[in-house]
Design a protein around this ligand. Structure first.
Ligand SMILES: [Zn+2]
Length: 343
């Protein structure tokens, strides 16, 4: 791996970007497709550095433009993301107005560098109106401007938008690569192994968890709730749905992450139940997983895992969060053993 790009995994994506840059035929728009935490935003930053670097081997990481881009203070590199409203709640989409504002800025020549770079993250959160407004710019891109669209659900982008972007795919990274990268950064071996397994192939999560113990604590709390769900009376589960729905309106990401962790737990329960213990992600919780596997009906658990994944999808598509979460609470598996005892 080229140390200048400094990404964990996804070497193919990096090589494709490097080849494009080396060829001199710069693309005006890229689509960085793939799951969260796989290095898409980091790669976008490297690309912006490479396009503005004044060092001998771009992106050198050392010159003033590289350092300013790394610090997020370069005038020609901006990220367009979902805004918050006056009450501090996160809006549902990137709006037409936001796209127009960005386009007005991009129409100007670069201020301090060679190339303006606009990262749209998450691009799949652009409303249809915003995408249509953006399409005009994509069709006639201003000189010295490069757009990077970051998307986990690229099918939510209009075909007309997608077809004008050079698609670079980012994939989940094998745990062994993430573990090696963490160790290389000084994370102690056992902890590196655990974080790499828990990351589910997302180096971004592993790095964040290595830097912030709070992330692992939150994950433990979240798994505690995931385990507790079958034991909670329906009224309590619906209370929980209400709380999650309120939290979701304030900030989506923690709720999405919690749903991922719930899905991860119950998927592991299925793996434990089917004797595929070596594939378990939550390796530090094997005993609890085995215990849960012995208490629940496999088919019900499988349906619940699917329900969690579906709920996540509905939330991403802006359905009413309360309705989606209430429905999820109705899909929580029962406890086969306790029911059997009651018979
Ligand atoms: Zn540089």
């Amino acid at each position: 791996m080229d140390p200048h790009w400094d990404l964990i995994g996804n070497e193919r994506a990096v090589r494709a970007l490097q080849a494009g840059l080396a060829g001199g035929a710069a693309n005006h728009a890229y689509l960085f497709a793939g799951p969260d935490g796989t290095g898409r935003a980091a790669a976008a930053k490297r690309l912006a550095q490479a396009l503005n670097c004044t060092g001998a081997e771009p992106p050198c990481g050392e010159c003033a433009p590289c350092r300013r881009i790394e610090g997020g203070i370069h005038a020609d590199v901006q990220t367009l993301t979902i805004a918050t409203d006056a009450e501090g709640a996160v809006r549902k989409a990137i709006s037409v107005e936001q796209v127009r504002e960005m386009e007005a800025a991009v129409a100007l020549a670069p201020y301090e560098g060679r190339t303006r770079v606009v990262v749209i993250d998450p691009a799949d959160a652009m409303s249809d109106g915003a995408q249509n407004a953006f399409l005009k710019t994509l069709e006639e891109p201003p000189p010295n401007a490069v757009f990077v669209l970051i998307a986990g659900n690229e099918e939510r982008l209009l075909e007309t938008v997608r077809s004008r972007c050079r698609r670079i795919e980012f994939r989940l990274v094998p745990a062994s690569e993430i573990e090696a990268a963490l160790v290389a950064q000084g994370v102690e071996g056992e902890r590196a192994r655990l974080l790499a397994r828990l990351s589910g192939g997302r180096p971004g999560w592993a790095l964040e968890a290595a830097a912030s113990p709070r992330l692992l604590e939150r994950r433990n709390e979240s798994l505690g709730v995931a385990r507790e769900l079958p034991r909670l009376p329906l009224a309590d589960r619906l209370d929980l749905a209400e709380k999650l729905s309120e939290a979701f309106k304030r900030d989506r990401e923690p709720v999405m992450r919690q749903l991922d962790e719930w899905a991860g737990w119950w998927r592991d329960v299925l793996l434990a139940a089917s004797g595929a213990g070596e594939s378990i992600a939550n390796v530090d919780e094997t005993a609890s997983l085995q215990a849960d596997a012995g208490e629940c009906d496999r088919a019900e658990v499988a349906r619940f895992v699917q329900a969690i994944i579906d709920t996540r999808g509905y939330l991403a598509e802006n359905v009413q969060s309360r309705i989606a979460l209430d429905a999820l609470m109705l899909a929580v598996p029962g406890r086969a053993l306790s029911r059997a005892r009651q018979l």
